[in-house]
Design a binder for this molecule. Structure first.
Ligand code: FMN
Length: 148
């Protein structure tokens, strides 16, 4: 069974709502298992053991949350060359602009040599039903790539 890992940080719940919708999109594909974890609970083995990964973060000071950046920083030496070509998507919540945080996550994913499954989602504040559909869609696309 293919495994899709969703790694996210959320302080006030908006990014967590996005993560749940991404997870539902993943689960819509038969034969794909979803593992949803807050970044503080994720291990290097979780990332090595999955077939695809989604990263979610709020925008803090025009960047990703420090907790997610710390995960990238500490895991990079152990991941280098071991996750090449693994599909990923990113999703970001924001109040003013989410592009900078999304770009920052995607730049780091490039350094890890992960492969972008589809364009990421940037959503303002409490996600609307339409915003949640967008998150569901990226989860669905990611799971299809994981299942291949
Ligand atoms: C310390 C801090 C810094 C923030 N900086 C930004 C920012 O630079 N740009 C922005 O659009 N939103 C910023 N925000 C707003 C959050 O991105 C927004 O409230 C988001 O919905 C929080 O997501 P969460 O509910 O998943 O924690 C900031 C929030 C906090 C607490």
């Amino acid at each position: 069974m293919a495994k899709v890992l969703i790694i996210y940080h959320s302080r006030t719940g908006n990014t967590e709502e996005m993560a749940k919708a991404v997870a539902e999109g993943v689960e819509s594909i038969e034969g794909v298992e979803v593992i949803q974890k807050k970044v503080a609970e994720v291990s290097v083995d979780d990332l090595l053991g999955c077939d695809a990964v989604a990263f979610g973060s709020p925008t803090n000071f025009n960047y990703m949350a420090g907790a997610l950046k710390e995960f990238f920083d500490q895991s990079f030496p152990k991941m280098r060359g071991k996750v090449t070509g693994k599909p990923y998507v990113a999703f970001v919540n924001f109040m003013y602009s989410g592009k900078e945080a999304l770009d920052a996550i995607e730049n780091i994913c490039n350094a890890f040599e992960l492969k972008k499954a589809t364009d990421g989602a940037t959503i303002k504040g409490l996600p609307s039903p339409e915003a949640l559909t967008k998150c569901w869609d990226i989860g669905n696309k990611l799971a299809k790539m994981a299942a291949k």
